[in-house]
Structure formats: C-alpha cells, structure tokens
Write a protein that binds this ligand. Structure first.
Ligand code: MRU
Length: 368
C-alpha cells in the first residue's frame, strides 16, 4: 500500500537496527525485496560478513552502520579481563569485516571510528568499554540520519528551483541510494523525501529509476521504497535513459556514491558514468549526493578507487530460469564505475553544495 505519511513509511522500512538485547544486528534482507519483506538477525562474524558481501545489506552508509553495529555486537562477546587481549580479538573482527567489500569507503570509515573509540577508552574497565562501543555504533547511525537530512535540504532547494506550474519535476536516479541504503532518508532520495516533509505531494515529482543491471537495485529497491512513500515512480531499463533524457522528461539527476576522490571523481554503481556522459550531451544537471564521510581525501583521483568485481553468474544466470550466456563465454562484472568530476554539476554533502574545483570545496567544508 502506498501512502503519503513519510514518518509512517520510515517506520515500515528500517534498514538496520539492533536485534533483541543488542545481541545481534537486525536487517531487512534486501536480496528478497520487493517480493518478500523479511528481517534477519546477524550475530556471528560470518553472518555479518556474508550479509554485506551478498548485499543483504548494501549501500555505502548502511554498510558502514551495519559494520559498526556488528563490531559492537562481536566486541560484547569477547571474553577478556584487560584491554590488550580484548583489543587483539577486536582488531581481528574489525579486519575480517573490512574484507567484505572493497569500494564503499564508509565501511572502513565506520570500522576505523570504532577502533579509534576502543583505543581512546583503553583505560576503561572492559564492561564500560563494551558499552562505549555500543554507544559509538549508535552515534554513527544517528549521525547518518541527520547527515541525510542535511543533504536532502540542499537537494530540495534545487528541486524547488525546477518546479514549474502543474508539471512534475522529472528526476532520474540509478541504483539505490535511498532509505534502504542508509539509516533513514537516503542520499540521492533525500531531496525527494524532504520535499514530502515540506508539503510537496507525491505527484509533484516523477522519479525515473534505472533498473540497474545486474543486481536490479533500482527496480527492486528504489522504485519499491519511493512507491511505498507515495512518490510517482517509473522503472526503465538502463539502456532507456538516453531516450528519456532526449524526450525532455528529465530535469535533474541525483545519484549516490560509494567513494569520492579528492578531485571529485566519484565511484558509484556500474552505469553511473554513462548516465553522466548522456546528461552532459543533453544538458541535464547531474548531482552526486554523499555524506562527507564518503569523501576520501586520501584517494587523489578516481583511478585510485578499488573497483569490486563480482560473480559472473550475476550477469548470466541470476534472474533467469536458465543461463542467458553460453557456457564458457567470458563475463565482465565490475560492480562500480567512476564518474569523471568534470561531468558533475555538483556534489551535495550535508555541509553544502560543492562545485569545481572540488578539492578546494571539500577543504572549505573542513575535509582534510
Ligand atoms: O552494490 P551496492 O548496491 O551496495 O551499490 C550501492 C550504490 O552504488 C549506491 O549508490 C551508493 O552506495 C550510495 S548509497 C547512499
């Protein structure tokens, strides 16, 4: 059922929360969406790692929050009387979770923040230290909600400038950078949800969701959550974006990102860079929406961002009753590509709208 009550919608779709007694991480298994809404509880290191690897929980900020929650749960189970043996085991868990996916910098950012918290509190007794780690994980989640809100307010101003009498604002998005990818508002979807909070009706905008081959995050996840929030939504195959742009239906493009390099190059779901090239051709503004924690100032350009390659069967067999690629044919399956910063109209962080030169803009937002 679709509805226009944004808060009720967010209560329906909580991407990551604590399991009973904080002994597990409770997530919506996103591999089952949209057909089945099922929550699962992850309590072992293998379960948490597998859920991130297999995209049961995915999207850069949600990966960071789940890893932080997961590390807090695992830390709570460590049997140690003093800091050194506690920290040795904690570090082993942290390094293991960090090996789950390589591209989204939020994973490493959140895990490093948990490690810094452990080190800063090395003088506490072990019970207090464990409680402090729970609090740090909770802070990472709570901050993510505020950060997405900030991104949404800035993106909403861009939408307001595009609103013209009686015609919905046409928005294109790719993959899922929505509530399912974060703690609440999403990044690329935050301007849309904030528009609802500011009184826009769901049909004041029309969001076109790229299907997003091969894992279909746009079709399965983004259109699902926007529809549930009461926003007018259409799904198209990725190769239909060009005709949509040419037809004049798209006023603006918002996507998320998994890592932004110092120069503004941005890695996001495979297909994003193609959209940016098309957008430049058709003169459509394209904005990347990202928490400042996704900007990695130590990565100088997009060439330095590690790109995850995934199982070839995601391309050949995953959604089909029989394989669609002849056995033995080579398959290429990079999960992300890098959009050149010169193609972007701007990068929206919670601190403001950054425009080129991006390194200077990031520095002026306090990023080092
Ligand atoms: O492979 P996924 O589904 O984790 O990829 C997700 C994306 O590419 C998102 O756009 C990105 O992580 C930003 S989520 C706010």
């Amino acid at each position: 059922m679709s509805h226009n009550n944004v808060e009720a919608f967010f209560e329906d779709v909580i991407t990551v929360k604590w399991g009973p007694d904080k002994k597990s991480v409770d997530i919506i298994d996103q591999t089952l969406l949209p057909g089945t809404i099922k929550r699962i509880q992850l309590s072992t290191k293998e379960e948490i790692w597998e859920a991130i690897k297999k995209l049961r929980v995915r999207g850069a900020p949600a990966i960071g929050v789940s890893a932080a929650y997961g590390l807090a749960v695992l830390a709570d189970g460590i049997e140690a009387d003093s800091f050194d043996p506690f920290f040795a085991k904690f570090k082993e868990y942290k390094d293991y979770l960090a090996s789950s996916r390589p591209t989204a910098v939020n994973l490493f950012w959140a895990l490093n923040r948990m490690e810094d918290c452990a080190k800063k509190n090395s003088g506490s007794d072990i019970r207090t230290l464990k409680d402090t780690l729970y609090q740090e994980a909770q802070a990472i989640r709570d901050e993510d909600v505020q950060i997405s809100r900030g991104i949404g307010e800035i993106g909403f101003k861009l939408l307001e400038n595009l609103k013209k009498d009686g015609k919905p604002v046409g928005i294109l998005t790719h993959c899922n950078a929505g509530t399912l990818a974060t703690a609440k508002y999403g990044t690329a979807t935050a301007p849309m949800y904030i528009a609802l909070e500011h009184g826009w009706k769901g049909d004041d905008m029309h969001v076109f969701c790229d299907e997003t081959r091969p894992l279909l995050q746009g079709a399965r996840l983004t259109s699902f959550e926007l529809y549930k929030a009461g926003i007018t939504t259409t799904v198209q195959c990725d190769n239909m974006a060009s005709i949509l742009m040419k037809s004049g239906k798209i006023d603006i493009i918002f996507t998320g990102t998994d890592r932004v390099a110092r120069n503004g190059d941005a890695a996001n779901k495979i297909g994003t860079s193609g959209l940016a090239i098309l957008a430049r051709h058709y003169g459509i503004p394209m904005y990347i929406c990202a928490p400042s924690s996704t900007v990695d100032m130590s990565t100088l350009t997009g060439d330095d961002i590690p790109i995850e390659e995934r199982d070839p069967t995601e391309v050949s067999a995953m959604w089909y009753s029989s394989p669609m690629v002849y056995e033995g044919v080579d398959i290429y399956n990079p999960a992300f590509d890098v959009t050149d910063h010169t193609l972007l109209s701007g990068i929206i962080t919670e601190k403001g709208l950054c425009t080129a030169p991006f390194d200077k803009a990031f520095e002026s937002q306090g990023m080092k």
